[in-house]
Design a protein around this ligand. Structure first.
Ligand code: GDP
Ligand code: IMO
Ligand code: MG
Length: 422
């Protein structure tokens, strides 16, 4: 289950909705840069690293090797859950191959961003980039390392390298208090089930368990396929689920792709359909478009079909889920981008390599809005005609069925099309 845009499509909500039909929920990439919101029984929960199946006692939750885990944020997240009667030690498993985010990774993130000046990525500053950098450079520390006597020495060795870089950037910081909290959190982490994640997930699959892989970020933030360099540092697309969990491609059944009925983006980088007018402000206001991790306002714009088709192609999406349809209820007209005009006047329907360097002028098709509340609607057939029309138009453009339509943040505000298996 993956986000098809720039993140925050509503992945947390969908996992929560689908969870009763699954035995295992697994996170395979990203880390505390993610903020997945679940709303039920009048309470809003935001998860960053813990899979969104944690609220169901009968679900096994796995943090896979592809994730970068911040033990300090992890401890806070687990403690936050206690008040709801959730004891995460029971049904949470962490791969020993998961990379650890150190306090100096976060300091490096800040130093790198500062050095970029106006060209900053708009990172969440959670240390994601520097941690993946160390993973690829074969320097990283992994969760399994915390169990060895040599952990402190390994830690010191890596931190020494980090300090050299931080000094180069003339960064200012006070490391000892951060280290104190870090090592406390490492002790806390040791109380959890630290496992051979790839064996666990394959045993689950062999025994017939249904596994839901929960993506983080979105396809347009993928390090290979996103609007590089304005991306995150992991493969957010379907292949990331294989490498981030140890699941073979032929064990993947369906690929669920989630998109908002419009677009948002938080942080820097290209956004062809971004709105700078009252419509954009309206989307932000009605959709409460503020980051779940950083609280930053999200940039808003109309749905971008070339970008959506691109994400569907890369992921091999078999079913689409459209989120936040209710937010568009305020508009009398709804625009959808069907192509881009390039600076030389040519028209393209592809999401081009040059997206970062050139201005793409979106070409819009205008559809009639429905301008009526969707509150209380439980079935697809009962949706306003123009919303059904909007859904069918997108389906006909992208060639993949939209099987879930979400019309509000709560678990219950979700319409599953009749006769569909998810
Ligand atoms: P995620 O990162 O993909 O899990 O998404 P976020 O949790 O960061 O952002 C999605 C936001 O939209 C959250 O505040 C959700 O509660 C909210 N949300 C999800 N689905 C809907 C919906 O259908 N309608 C409305 N109005 N809000 C929704
Ligand atoms: P979820 O899982 C939206 C964005 C950041 C920044 C870029 C790089 O909640 O959808 P990073 O911290 O990874 O170095 O930031 O990616 N970003 C997200 N935007 N939702 C997310 O996660 C994001 N995770 C990272 O804003 O532009
Ligand atoms: Mg989010």
């Amino acid at each position: 289950m993956l986000g098809l845009q720039w993140g925050d499509e509503g992945k947390g909500k969908v996992v929560d909705f689908l969870a009763p039909q699954y035995n295992v929920v697994a996170r395979f990439q990203g880390g505390p840069n993610a903020g997945h919101t679940l709303e039920f029984d009048g309470i809003k929960h935001v998860l960053h690293q813990i899979p969104s199946g944690i609220f169901r006692n009968d679900i096994r939750n796995i943090i896979g090797n592809g994730v970068v885990l911040d033990p300090v944020i992890f401890k806070k997240e687990v403690q936050e859950l206690v008040q709801y009667g959730i004891k995460a030690t029971d049904n949470l498993f962490i791969s020993k191959k998961t990379q650890l985010i150190l306090p100096t990774h976060r300091l490096l993130d800040a130093a790198y961003e500062k050095s970029k000046g106006a060209k900053k990525i708009g990172s969440t500053l959670k240390g994601i980039g520097p941690t993946y950098q160390d993973k690829i450079a074969r320097l990283g520390l992994r969760v399994g390392d915390v169990l060895s006597d040599g952990f402190k020495a390994k830690y010191q060795k890596l931190v020494k390298k980090h300090l050299e870089i931080l000094n180069f950037y003339e960064a200012e910081f006070d490391l000892p208090p951060l280290e104190e909290v870090f090592f406390e959190s490492i002790e806390f982490l040791k109380e959890f089930q630290l496992i051979e994640g790839e064996y666990k997930i394959n045993q689950e699959l062999y025994s017939g368990a249904k596994v839901l892989a929960e993506g983080a970020q979105g396809s347009l933030l993928d390090v290979d396929f996103g609007s590089y360099p304005y991306v995150t540092s992991s493969n957010t697309t379907a292949s990331g689920a294989c490498s981030g969990l140890g699941v073979a491609p032929n064990n993947i059944g369906e690929v669920f792709g989630i998109f908002k009925a419009y677009c948002t983006r938080v942080g820097s980088g290209p956004f062809p359909t971004e709105l700078f007018d009252g419509d954009g402000e309206e989307m932000q206001k009605v959709g409460h478009e503020f980051g779940a991790t950083t609280g930053r306002p999200r940039r808003c714009g109309w749905l971008d079909l070339p970008a959506l088709k691109y994400a569907i192609m890369i992921n091999g999406v078999t079913q689409l889920f459209m989120m936040k349809a209710d937010v568009l209820s305020v508009f009398d007209e709804i625009k959808v981008c069907t192509g881009y005009k390039l600076p030389n006047g040519e028209v393209t329907e592809i999401f081009p390599y040059e997206v970062v360097d050139i201005e793409l002028e979106p070409i819009y098709k205008t559809l009639n809005g429905w301008e009526t509340s969707l509150d209380g609607i439980k079935e697809f057939d009962a949706l306003p005609e123009n919303l059904k029309g909007y859904t069918e138009f997108i389906e006909s453009e992208v060639g993949v069925p939209i099987n879930i339509i979400s019309i509000g943040p709560d678990r219950t505000e979700t319409i599953l099309r009749e006769g569909v298996a998810v």
